[in-house]
Design a protein around this ligand. Sequence first.
Ligand SMILES: *[C@@H]1O[C@H](CO)[C@@H](O)[C@H](O)[C@H]1NC(C)=O
Ligand SMILES: *[C@@H]1O[C@H](CO)[C@@H](O)[C@H](O)[C@H]1NC(C)=O
Length: 223
Amino acid sequence: MMGISQHDASFDALYKCCTSIVNMATISMARIVPIIVSKLIILSTILSPLAIIHASKENQGFVRTLDRNLHGFKKEKLTHFRVYWHDIYSAPNPTAMPIVRPPSNTSATLFGSISMIDDPLTEKQELSSKLIGRAQGFYGSAGQEETALLMAMNFVFLEGKYNGSTISILGRNSVFSKVREMPVIGGSGLFRFARGYAQANTCSFNAKTGDAVVEYNVYVLHY
Ligand SMILES: *[C@@H]1O[C@H](CO)[C@@H](O)[C@H](O)[C@H]1NC(C)=O
Ligand SMILES: *[C@@H]1O[C@H](CO)[C@@H](O)[C@H](O)[C@H]1NC(C)=O
């Protein structure tokens, strides 16, 4: 009801306005022109402070709005890549190192322990296959009941046009689940503005040494 009556009222006002414009048209041009000019002056007086505020918002010296098309961010695309992540604790060339020992020796999940990694990412499951990049970062045991790692790592690519570009992965990795999903939270180089997810599934794990090979399927939206 409220909406309808408001609508009627505004229609009424519009009608009155139109009628007065028609009436005005019957008045001689000599009278109308000064009226229009004075109305324009009033209007511009009202609007000019707004225009100044608007302009200063866009030009504050240290900040400006850019045209995304001119900066190469025209069309977002979805890229999938698959790499094999090699976490090696065993000699002679470990790529993962415990940097914080588990604070408690009774925790089955080694809660609180942290490892730093610089793991090779290869094209195939074999470590000897082509090196695509490296996974650099750390992970820590963040679950007291279930083994769940907090992963914080950057994949840096070393191949072709991706050479030097990175993506950042931050997420929960419940290592004994078949497939674990972790968010891709950003990137650099060709992966600027990246967002997406990574799915990890373990190909092999040596409980004695701690060595693991994990397949990572990464889906990234970027420009
Ligand atoms: C476990 O930790 C407690 C307290 O820190 C210590 O007294 C005990 O010797 C440790 N046990 C082993 C097997 O390391
Ligand atoms: C990747 O970039 C580095 C440093 O810019 C360069 O030394 C290396 O040869 C490049 N690798 C490939 C495969 O293009």
